[in-house]
Design a protein around this ligand. Structure first.
Ligand code: COA
Length: 409
């Protein structure tokens, strides 16, 4: 038997490191387009002003049938398709959002149910426009630590529902949409290389949406500071200064943490708030502005959804190649900001083929998820009615007890 050399071989075998790779992606935006001219029909503004100050030309607005969860669900389905995995393979679903369906249950729980992802934990994450990078970092850390293997990370927003459509300084900026990625454990080197997350709560009054737990929920106070519940308010010029101050530093820090130089970055996928913020960051970092992915002209600011949507479009436009170094950077309410460096390491979309059998299995799971949820609700309703009708003694109560037992199973 070969003897262990204590100088070169550790006493206990060291597991080879696990990396977290993006293996699937998808986006969903509402069909309804609202142009700058459409907005100028109800507030005093114009296309020229909006384009010059922000770069935004139009945005998508959710219809009555669309919500943060339905957009998230569509984006998630597309991401699973590209990754060619089944919903039951997911260990974790995180939805980064500032416009959740409910305070609770989480939007992520709804998506988990609709996908039939029966082995996944699910929660929402609140870090405003930095939320997607925060969520991706949480999922990547869990994968690298070995506690999970596959995560679905979604950024989804219906900003149109929390805008004050009379406030021309905010309503021109935002839009609705969702983007999702599947992150998976791999022994192939690369994937998420580094992340830097930051917050400065002293700026909490610069950009916010007061909710039920807020002192703004007290109507006497709400009247005094003029903030409406569930409506966004923003001090635009201060947020602009904050963004132009932190974006370049944040990318620089994440790049160094990954052991790279800024010149190694092949593509920056920034939060799409304002084209002037991207120009400023590119200037300060001395990176060609063409290396900054931008689609702010077509979608406006979709908050936590903007980075995954821009990532999907960058892939579609073949701007990302194997081994490329991608920098993601988010910034927004909190104040929060976050950067991440990813080394792309999976086949290009054209090489990625979803197998027919898995597609059918996914469709069956989506279909049965709908029926399972409906039948559970229906049974609960029947049980409630039967409880009401339940006589005290005799044969019928025994039968009802049996129904209860079956239901628990
Ligand atoms: N159309 C026409 N005029 C407008 C307007 C609009 N939609 N919104 C504001 N104005 C006016 C203001 O009333 C002001 O008029 P005044 O000088 O007569 O008072 C003037 O334009 C300048 O306003 P100001 O707020 O200083 O403009 P700005 O150059 O800072 O641009 C923003 C405003 C909102 C575009 C800019 O501050 C910004 O992009 N901030 C960052 C916002 C952001 O990205 N938030 C999300 C971060 S995640």
């Amino acid at each position: 038997m070969a003897m262990r050399n204590p100088k070169t071989e550790p006493e206990y075998p060291i597991a080879s490191p696990t990396y977290a790779h993006v293996v699937g992606w998808g986006m969903a935006v509402p069909e309804n387009v609202m142009t700058n001219d459409d907005i100028s029909a109800f507030v005093e503004t114009n296309d020229e002003w909006i384009v010059a100050r922000t770069g935004i030309k139009e945005r998508r607005i959710a219809s009555e049938d669309e919500s943060t969860a339905t957009l998230a669900y569509k984006a998630a389905q597309r991401a699973l398709e590209i990754a060619d995995i089944l919903p039951i393979d997911l260990d974790l679903i995180v939805v980064a959002t500032s416009t959740p369906e409910n305070i609770f249950p989480s939007t992520a729980s709804l998506v988990q149910d609709w996908l039939n992802a029966s082995h996944a934990g699910a929660f929402d994450l609140s870090a405003a426009c930095s939320g997607f990078v925060y969520a991706l970092n949480m999922a990547a850390d869990s994968i690298r630590a070995g506690s999970i293997t596959t995560a679905l990370v979604i950024g989804s927003e219906t900003m149109s529902r929390i805008l004050d459509w009379q406030d021309r300084s905010t309503c021109i900026l935002f839009g609705d949409g969702a983007g999702a990625v599947v992150l998976q454990a791999s022994k192939v080197e690369g994937g998420v290389l580094s992340s830097v997350l930051r917050s400065d709560g002293a700026g909490c009054d610069l950009l916010a949406i007061p909710s039920v737990g807020s002192i703004d929920a007290d109507e006497s106070r709400a009247g005094s500071n003029g903030h409406q519940l569930f409506k966004m308010y923003m001090v635009g010029s201060e947020v602009f200064k904050f963004a132009t101050r932190v974006v370049n530093d944040s990318i620089d820090q994440a790049t160094k943490l990954a052991g790279l130089d800024v010149s190694d970055i092949d593509l920056v996928i920034p939060h799409q708030a304002n084209y002037r913020i991207l120009q400023s960051a590119a200037r300060k970092l001395k990176i060609d502005i063409n290396k900054f992915m931008s689609n702010v002209d077509r979608y406006g600011n979709t908050s936590a959804a903007s980075i995954p949507i821009a990532l999907c479009e960058a892939i579609e436009q073949k701007r990302i190649h194997d081994k490329d170094h991608i920098a993601l950077v988010g910034f927004g309410g909190g104040l929060t900001w976050a950067s991440m460096i990813i080394q792309w390491g999976i086949p290009e979309p054209s090489q990625q083929q979803s197998s027919l059998i898995n597609r059918q299995r996914r469709n069956i799971l989506y279909y049965t998820a709908k029926w399972r949820s409906r039948s559970r609700r229906w049974r609960r309703r029947v049980n409630k009615t039967m409880e009401y009708l339940r006589p005290k003694r005799g044969r019928v109560p025994r039968l009802l007890r049996k129904v209860d037992e079956d239901d628990r199973l």
